[in-house]
Design a binder for this molecule. Structure first.
Ligand code: GLP
Length: 248
């Protein structure tokens, strides 16, 4: 397995780190136009999608053959709700590139039969051939997707309750500050099934989580520490997010 140093790329600014992630995704699509991408939301990803949209407009990349699966979706929100991750993905990426929206998938937030919907999502990923590249952010508490501390390393897509610090961190995305208290997320095991995982973390608020993700072995208190077991993870950091590690 590669060591952490082999997998880490540190950039002078959040923008530079995001640009590098976008270029990595674009290069993947150039070599594999029918790639299956795992996509992520969160403010960290916004400059990644902006770079990709600009590259598409310059004719440098096509999504015509691409299939996507997002990590997670809030429970109980209609897809048309501006706070939903479906709306977010449409706004940031899907509405601006040549992707077939019928091949863009998010966990079914409006489903009442959660378990069946979650099983279906897992099956759809398998039927698509598995995820080639999973884009991943990290929560301040070390969560990946919406796998909060306490999530099992072999967890699969399921309904989860969000922790108070996640609700506080994500309130800024909702006009009334009211974040849904539950979500459907790919499990840690689902994420680890991807052939390649690309993590983007920027800003000092992520430094501790990045550091804990690499300290010791997998700890249930830090879901991102499960990435140590994967073997094909690229970390893209800015100097602020990498700082605690450099000091450690
Ligand atoms: C959200 C998402 C995660 C994301 C994380 C960081 O809650 N579910 O997939 O990685 O929190 O978000 P941000 O980039 O806004 O800090």
């Amino acid at each position: 397995m590669k060591t952490f140093a082999d997998q880490q790329h540190t950039f002078p600014s959040p923008q530079a780190a995001a640009d590098a992630v976008a270029m990595h995704i674009i290069n993947t699509l150039k070599t594999k136009p029918h790639a299956v991408l795992g996509l992520a939301t969160g403010a960290t990803m916004e400059p990644v999608y902006a770079y990709i949209v600009a590259a598409f407009k310059r004719g440098e990349v096509s999504f015509a053959g691409v299939t996507t699966f997002n990590l997670d979706e809030y429970a109980g929100l209609a897809p048309s709700d501006p706070g939903s991750y479906r709306s977010t993905m449409d706004r940031l990426l899907f509405d601006h590139v040549d992707i077939d929206k019928n091949r863009t998938f998010l966990p079914e937030a409006s489903a009442t039969a959660w378990e069946a919907a979650a099983e279906r999502y897992e099956a759809m990923i398998v039927e698509a051939g598995g995820i080639d590249l999973q884009l991943l952010g990290i929560g301040r508490n070390g969560h990946i997707g919406f796998n909060e501390p306490g999530s099992l390393i072999d967890s699969r897509t399921r309904l989860v309750e969000l922790h108070a610090d996640t609700l506080a961190a994500n309130a800024r995305f909702f006009a009334d500050g009211q974040v849904p208290k539950s979500a459907i997320t790919m499990g840690i095991g689902t994420i680890l099934s991807a052939r390649e995982i690309v993590v983007l973390a920027t800003g000092a608020a992520k430094a501790e989580a990045v550091n804990r993700a690499h300290s010791g072995a997998f700890s249930i208190d830090c879901p991102a520490s499960a990435l140590q077991t994967h073997g094909n993870v690229l970390w893209f950091l800015d100097t602020d997010a990498a700082n605690a590690r450099a000091a450690a």
